[in-house]
Design a protein around this ligand. Structure first.
Ligand SMILES: [Fe+2]
Length: 408
């Protein structure tokens, strides 16, 4: 069984071994004979990236999951949509959006995927874009619940939302305003379709979605699928009507349902993590976010620690909690400037004095008492806590600033 069959239900017989098509080179259009203002230069640059067209279109690929991501941008307004992003490709997508100087209106998904987690929440955090998904999917953190027939505008252009359930209850397809291209997610794939045997799948429903919503588009409408594993990156309504072995040609609904209900495919191997992740719109688990505040180093004992170099650079955003005695704190060893004294024996009773709105880095002379204090704070429910690795003695050895009681 190939990854192809695992994720979408395409069988080897339906997947020719053609070589993956290379992306076309970007056409550079040069305006050589007219003076160009700065604002014009910006627009012309995007027009060049779009091959001289008023619409920029990019098809991106995640080889790990065989997922296609699509970027659409209206060149005059620079407003863009991203369809079916992949969590692990966030930096790739964000870099492209920033280099092209696009305003991302929304990151939208065709459905709650079972084989990869969407990058929508990360994009929302990075750009402020909306998170779009079918309202029927019922996912959290969606800011733009989508319904059949709605138009989602980006600049002067828009995509129409078409409800195409059957692979999942919440599957939608996006049709470009001029009906020259459509993004069918997993409802219709190149010479195949999404499986119907889990996630509320229903072969009868999928038959109706494809025949009534996708095959009703113009024959020349290009169809861009959610996945492919063999290099087939685009098809057309005419081709699928003619050659899709499951529902093209003379196939009837009974033929299609008989095919789909007898595929006996194993579940996608990532389903256990992908589905819950997508029901949060790609927002990481709360614990993961809590750990993401700093480049924590876990000691072999499991203690979260931070090196002095990171702490000194971020200390204005932290509470530096010193758990030595008051004598040490005010003694000749000095202390980290601005640190808060709470001796270890008093920590449990006085932990309410630690500001709740910022992470805590705990310090003592060598890192030993502070390790215990870190564990106590974590056990008490504080999440963003770390031990200063090597304590104050390493801090001093590495030349970082100290203050004394007299100086302060
Ligand atoms: Fe899917």
């Amino acid at each position: 069984m190939t990854i192809n069959a695992l994720c979408t239900g395409l069988t080897e017989a339906e997947a020719p071994t053609c070589v993956f098509a290379l992306y076309a080179a970007i056409v550079i259009a040069v305006c050589a004979f007219r003076p160009v203002t700065v604002a014009q230069a910006s627009v012309l640059s995007l027009a060049a990236a779009a091959g001289g067209n008023a619409l920029l279109f990019r098809q991106l690929f995640d080889a790990e999951t065989g997922t296609f991501t699509y970027l659409l941008a209206d060149v005059p307004s620079r407003r863009a949509l991203l369809i079916d992003s992949v969590f692990e490709q966030h930096q790739r997508d964000l870099s492209l959006i920033r280099e092209l100087d696009l305003e991302l209106v929304a990151s939208i998904d065709t459905h709650a995927h079972a084989d990869h987690v969407t990058g929508s929440w990360l994009l929302h955090q990075a750009t402020g874009c909306a998170i779009g998904l079918a309202a029927a999917a019922g996912a959290d953190n969606v800011t733009l619940p989508l319904h059949h027939g709605e138009r989602l505008a980006f600049g002067e252009r828009f995509v129409e939302v078409r409800s195409t359930p059957g692979h999942t209850d919440g599957c939608i397809s996006f049709v470009l305003d001029d009906r020259t291209m459509a993004f069918s997610g997993d409802a219709l794939l190149v010479r195949g379709c999404g499986r119907c045997d889990f996630q509320q799948g229903n072969a009868h429903t999928l038959w109706r979605s494809i025949t009534e919503q996708i095959f009703s588009l113009p024959d020349a409408c290009l169809l861009y699928p959610g996945h492919d594993y063999t290099g087939r990156n685009v098809t057309s309504v005419a081709e699928e009507k003619a050659f899709n072995a499951r529902l093209g040609g003379s196939a009837t609904e009974r033929d299609f349902v008989g095919h789909m209900e007898n595929m006996k495919l194993p579940h996608p191997h990532k389903i256990a993590e992908a589905l819950p992740g997508n029901m949060r719109s790609g927002k990481p688990r709360q614990e993961a976010i809590e750990e993401a505040w700093a480049p924590l180093i876990r000691s072999y004992a499991g203690l979260p620690e931070l090196p002095p170099a990171w702490v000194v650079e971020h200390r204005t955003q932290l509470t530096i909690l010193d758990v030595r005695s008051a004598e040490e704190f005010n003694g000749p060893d000095g202390r980290v400037p601005g640190s808060l004294l709470l001796p270890l024996p008093e920590l449990e009773q006085r932990s309410g004095e630690i500001p709740a709105d910022r992470p805590v880095v705990v310090v003592c002379h060598s890192g030993s008492r502070s390790a215990l204090a870190t564990q106590q704070l974590l056990k008490a429910g504080r999440c963003q806590v770390a031990n200063l690795r090597g304590g104050l003695s390493r801090w001093r050895d590495e030349g970082y600033p100290l203050e004394s009681a007299t100086a302060s």
